[in-house]
Design a protein around this ligand. Sequence first.
Ligand code: PDD
Length: 248
Amino acid sequence: MDISVIRGYGIFDFFRTSNHVPLFLSDYLDRFIRSAEKTYLNLKYSKSELADIILELIEKNDLKNGGIRMLLTGGVSENHFSPSEGGLYIFCEDLLFPSQEKYDKGVKLVSADHVRSIADIKTTNYAFPVWLSATWKDSGAEDVIYHHNGFISESSRSNIFVIKDGQISTPDQHILHGITRMRVLELAPQTSIRPISFEELLAADELFITSTTKKILPITLIDDQKIGTGQVGPLTKKLMADFVEMEK
Ligand code: PDD
């Protein structure tokens, strides 16, 4: 009867280890703590206590290159609605990255008119994209790009970057502020953070999405429209290479 299960009310976060080191751990912990606060869920551990648990988990599982999921549930409550004392779960997982071919050739996104509510909280509620994903299989798409009122926001599990005439841009509204996005903004500090229209998306020279499980993944097709030359562009390639260096 945990409201995470019966109402979809809970939060999580997900990060990776690289050679036993949890990548960008401090940023992920900050976001997890922020998500708990914003959802009024009681996280009984401090940032440093969580970090200690995670380091122990990595050591005990000899987790060289793997994923770690932190999950805080809404808890069981008398009225089956209000959040109460939830359960905290921290566990490791195998990582599943896109194939090398997808990084080399780019992938397709389908577009959908949708705006995520409480977008900057990493809630466990992904009902809309999971439901919609039944249609991606037929189109060969990797994921979806959300737009609403003519402006784009993000993909179902990634942030998006648009490149036109050498200028990189990324939206800031109705998104989860991704940790990978944050790293790309450090690699490309000249990036313009601003509203981006759906037309601009289609007219881009290059596009890519970012996430913990996709890193920097080029997009070469939106619905049935080719982006730029239809090949992975030079700026995207450079950022992909720079990001590999950053992870070392
Ligand atoms: N998704 N936007 C949404 C809605 C997300 O769920 C995610 C992460 C991101 C990218 O954030 P980050 O760079 O911190 O991973 C953006 C995870 C990976 C997932 O649900 O699998």
